[in-house]
Design a protein around this ligand. Structure first.
Ligand code: I3P
Length: 266
């Protein structure tokens, strides 16, 4: 609450006790919204902590539930040994999820979307290419250029704050999400959420967040993901703007992608 990231995270109201259990009390990001569209993007190129890696090397216990989830998406994904065992380790599952989706290549993945009619979409485990993501962003925003533009502005503001944030510099953010929320003719917002696996670095150490992970460097790739999100929102906006621009009677062949990436990725 004292960091420059404060405007981008739900407000924290302290700890409350109920039935002798302790809870943290937080702002409800959906207050006042009647039919919001919501998208959760899990940030970073890595979704497990380095300590989970070490633990999983020590005890290679396999999990049936993760094997079943993996097998459901792609029966060819488990190895013969994993099929025989009917189990995979958590690390194996998490790494598979990273490479099946856009996490490993783009530094973020779409986890789920709720549309304004309440329908929940969770089938994004194999959404990996830029094209698949662009199509999803257009469907999520209904191709509305105003909404895409507002999201783009908010992403730029988040990036600026992150680059100045002492909290961001000194923490490894794993499994943290950006939550996109908009409502037709209503507010458009993005929030940083899910800090359950956000851990502080030893005093005096910091992270860049845009470097490749090597075991020991704790880099999470958060900024790589943010940069790609900026590029993709920018591209979606250019496409939609080109489509909705009134015809001029001249050859519009070069309109699509004319200002592709909008300079966000350089
Ligand atoms: C889950 C997802 C979660 C992870 C969970 C996985 O897979 O990767 O991030 O929780 O582990 O099952 P999926 O998205 O395919 O359903 P953590 O980030 O807390 O590790 P879990 O089953 O051990 O809770």
């Amino acid at each position: 609450m004292e960091d420059v990231l404060r405007p981008f995270v739900p407000a924290y109201y302290g700890v409350v006790e109920k039935d002798s259990e302790q809870f943290i009390q937080m702002e409800d990001l959906l207050t006042g919204l009647r039919s919001p569209c919501i998208m959760d993007c899990k940030m970073g190129t890595r979704t497990y902590l380095e300590e989970e890696l070490a633990k999983s090397r020590l005890k290679l216990n396999t999990r049936k539930d993760l094997y079943l989830k993996m097998n459901k998406v792609d029966p060819n994904a488990p190895t013969e040994a994993e099929h025989r065992q009917g189990g995979v380790t958590k690390l194996r599952y998490m790494q598979w999820r990273e490479t099946m989706s856009s996490t490993a290549t783009l530094g973020f993945r779409i986890e789920g979307i709720t549309m304004d009619n309440g329908v929940v979409h969770k089938d994004f485990k194999q959404t990996k290419s830029r094209e698949q993501i662009l199509e999803t962003l257009v469907r999520f925003t209904d191709g509305e250029t105003g909404i895409l533009e507002s999201y783009l502005q908010r992403l730029r503001a988040i990036k600026e704050a992150l680059l100045q944030s002492p909290f961001f510099q000194s923490h490894e953010l794993i499994g943290s999400s950006l939550l996109f929320i908009h409502q037709r003719q209503g507010p458009v917002n993005i929030w940083m959420i899910d800090f359950g696996k956000t851990t502080g670095l030893p005093e005096g150490q910091s992270l860049r967040h845009d470097l490749a992970w090597e075991e020991g460097n704790r880099e999470d790739g958060y900024l790589l993901g943010l940069e790609n999100l900026l590029g993709l929102f920018s591209e979606a906006l250019s496409r939609q703007a080109a489509q909705s621009a009134p015809p001029t009677g001249q050859d519009l062949g070069g309109a699509e992608g004319g200002c592709e990436q909008g300079g966000e990725r350089g």
